[in-house]
Design a protein around this ligand. Sequence first.
Ligand code: KIV
Ligand code: ZN
Length: 522
Amino acid sequence: MIKEKIIIFDTTLRDGEQSPGASLSITEKLEIAQHLAVLGVDVIEAGFPVSSPAQFEATHLVAQEVTGPSIAALARANDKDIEAAGKAVVPAKKKRIHTFIATSPIHMEYKLKKTSDEVLKMAVEAVKYAKTFTDDVEFSPEDACRSDMSFLLEILTACIEAGATTLNIPDTVGYILPYEYGRIIAQLKAEVPGIDKCIISTHCHNDLGMAVANSLAGVRNGARQVECTVNGLGERAGNAALEEIVMSIHTRSDFFGKTAENPLTTNINKKEIYRTSQLVSRLTGFVIQPNKAIVGANAFAHEAGVHVDGMLKERLTYEIMTPESIGLGGSRMVLGRHTGRHGFVDRCKQLGFKLTETEIEHAYNRFLEIADKKKEVFDEDIAAIINDEIRVVVEKIYGLEYLHVVSGTGTLPTASVKIKTKDEIKQAAACGDGPVDAAYQAIREATGRSPELESYSIKAVTGGKEALGEATVKITEKGKAYIGRGISTDIIEASAKAYIDAINRMVSTKEAGREPEVKAEL
Ligand code: KIV
Ligand code: ZN
């Protein structure tokens, strides 16, 4: 059986990171990129190097450290962008420059203020210049789906002659419908001279909720690369979700491919899907909706009696794919306070974490603390503990030593805290609109730092009344943003820890004279 491959081009770190409110530090980007390599994506679009020194640095670091996938960098169709992209991907074994220019009348007239002849010339020059850095050059006519078809045919033909090897067809504004998108791809495949030697790629946004459907319509009509993001992150309503694309191609292999004997496939290690999704959610602070396809908490949950009955008789009655296939559940093992260090380390290894001795020490102590309060510690708890313990080590300028909160109906919420610094313990008490607000006021007093609290969210890591709570906060000061996280079985404590974590990140960034790794807003 010949299996034709679909190239999975992941743009979580570039288009995904453009999501309003999604902010990743350079080290977090590297961590995600390393997971994407384990997941088996073929191309990682690591950033838009010209846009800021931090973007350049992150792309360069990913190119240097991550092996396996090709590392791509985005560039507009001008020399400065292309040079930055070319330099950023130098260390990568396999490198790609992805250059783009808008081709729709509306973008050319209002945004670029250029004629189509000028745009065509810029595109060709950009591809030629990108070729001086790498053979692997991708060209995107931005807003392709609202572009004039004859101009699209002309510019793609010219870009192929200039050396483009991948032609990406973005639905930049999420306007197109699946039938139309499929038709565009089919027409380009049939009419652009030389396109048979190139890869046709999809890049669909989700403004009308069609990103995945459009991408799959593209695949069905000849596209062999799909650009997507983990959890569907991305500008506005996001991009096509990687996990949905991969599981659709896999689950409906009878539909994709020329014949049932010649199905399409991907290089994705599907069992890594759930873990990667959780990591991206945790690091970006974007909570996954429970009913999200494939990776939502309810995606494999069966509640209605008739469904449960059917499932017990035969899983296939209500399950078109198994939770195990995406790395969920299966041999779920529960740990508790009697679990020894060896058992804990073993479980961490099975969950795919590679820890140093010091990290194990910290994580195990933290596990014991939590196991004391919570009878059963699940895999999700362990992942949260490890991510909390070992994610980007920030200097603990402030540590939470003591927290006492009083709140209730008819009571003014008050909090008192003791905050440990290098040389002393600072104490403060404050009232607030609620227990979290009171704790935050007290922390502000004790630390003498008063950043704006821009967003706050709390979620249960697992179900049950003893669930571990994970709080994520985003604070800003002078237009710069910092994200902090905290976990605890007590949600007020988790919230306080998250706030202190964010303040630590803010202070250590400032003291080191660094630019914050996190942007305030795109
Ligand atoms: O949506 C879009 O058009 C893009 C391009 C840069 C490919 O992200
Ligand atoms: Zn996009």
